[in-house]
Design a protein around this ligand. Structure first.
Ligand SMILES: [Zn+2]
Length: 230
């Protein structure tokens, strides 16, 4: 398998080509994939009814505050994996995020793909992002990181933990109707799952529908929402 998480570009193409080239991803991460990356965290303890929401690719000046507002309705904490360039572009939103008490994590400076980057360039990009983000948690963009990069990261930034996920909302996927984004993951979500959404323009049409549904549904079932601690 050569895919973990999808890519973001879609051209208008013939339908069969489009079918073959479609973004493919697992809503629930398969166990064998987790075993391929033992140096990474894929889920959290399952004993209590706790879910770990995470939001990648921000901060964004309107979408991130939307998320913060929704979370506050349920006293929910979450983790935000920020892109360094977006932190520099939107310092006030980043400040708001920091003040909100949620966890902030590193998602590289320019959202680079580990599989397409040299190890040195990849680690330098993470170090650059940490000048502004200052976190001990890292999430690889697209979930794509080479084993050699994991090793080098642990050498260069010894305290850094790599946080993957157990559930992908697929909120970036424009082929998914906003109303079904939550429906298709609802029955796959279990205690201790790390769930990925995006506070980005591309994902907003689906995230802004699915996130309130998820919060309402699982809080009614007695779940709490917590951040991943540094
Ligand atoms: Zn990302």
């Amino acid at each position: 398998m050569s895919f973990i998480a999808p890519h973001y570009h879609k051209a208008k193409q013939h339908s069969i080509i489009r079918f073959l080239k479609r973004d493919r991803y697992w809503i629930k991460t398969p166990g064998w994939l987790k075993k391929l990356y033992p140096g990474c965290i894929w889920d959290m303890p399952k004993e209590e009814k706790i879910l770990y929401l995470s939001f990648d690719d921000g901060p964004h000046p309107t979408i991130t505050p939307f998320v913060l507002n929704e979370l506050s309705k349920y006293q929910a904490s979450a983790s935000f994996f920020c892109i360094g360039d977006n932190v520099l572009k939107h310092p006030a939103t980043f400040e708001l995020l920091k003040q909100s008490g949620h966890t902030i994590g590193n998602h590289t400076q320019q959202h680079i793909n580990g599989w397409k980057s040299s190890d040195k360039y990849y680690i330098e990009n993470i170090i650059k992002a940490n000048e502004s983000i200052q976190s001990t948690l890292f999430r690889p963009p697209y979930g794509r990181i080479k084993k050699s990069q994991i090793k080098l990261l642990k050498q260069e930034m010894p305290g850094m933990k790599i946080i993957m996920w157990n559930i992908l909302a697929g909120d970036w996927d424009a082929e998914i109707a906003p109303e079904i984004c939550f429906e298709r993951m609802k029955n796959k979500i279990k205690s201790g799952d790390i769930i990925v959404f995006h506070d980005s323009e591309k994902a907003a049409p689906r995230m802004q529908v699915a996130l309130p549904q998820l919060l309402a549904h699982f809080s009614t079932l007695g779940y709490q929402f917590k951040k991943i601690k540094e």
